[in-house]
Design a binder for this molecule. Sequence first.
Ligand code: CTP
Ligand code: MG
Length: 229
Amino acid sequence: MSVGVVIPAAGQGKRMGTKESKQFLSFQDRPILIHTLHIFETHPEVDEIVIAVREDEIGRVRQMVAEAGLKKVTHVVTGGQERQDSVYSGLQVLSSEWVLVHDAVRPFVSHEAITRLLTDVKMHGAAILAVPVKDTVKMVDAAGIVESTPDRKRLWAVQTPQAFRADMLMEAHEQGRKIGAMVTDDAMLVEELGIDVRVVEGEYTNIKLTTPDDLVLAEAIYQMRSKRL
Ligand code: CTP
Ligand code: MG
């Protein structure tokens, strides 16, 4: 029951606004991407890791991987225009039975959360990490007027990793490409196939580094973790 990980890392990080794309920013002396890869490299259930990057970054990323001594990285492939294209590129070269898709810019996911997710996906076929939303969420129309307030008890903020049987995720991506679906996560494509996706409770610290204030949060999460150790 082999487990592979696809890491989409081909984004430009427009919302972060730094010259260097956010996955390559240095954090505690290592690029953020390397922090993320290290988590999967050291997880006992993970067999292979595939990274999708922009074409002109392939050489540099291969070097970073070699310098960090990461043995589970089997391929560094060219990503695409959208996140879903980058994931699709990674899926092409993956040989495992199960796949975890994880954003390069979520360097704080814990081994415990990954293990919980893997236990669940092996029982159900599709499972994602998510946390209950803390804020009240409103549906707002184009004019800025509140339309409705969904019941907060049913709202979950979705994270990565998202886990699937690899052949199922491949089929979902192929179907999505056929109909030109624009999605923000992989689960949406699987949902489109009518397949149940299970939610597994994650951790609030598994943030996606998106805007500059997230780098301040990252520092705080890192400090909190190192004190606990
Ligand atoms: N990603 C990717 N290929 C793309 C776009 C995004 O592999 N064409 C990756 C990013 O590198 C990141 C993950 O998908 O690891 C989550 O995307 P996001 O946070 O949106 O990153 P960016 O697209 O880089 O940022 P922005 O949307 O602000 O430009
Ligand atoms: Mg993006």
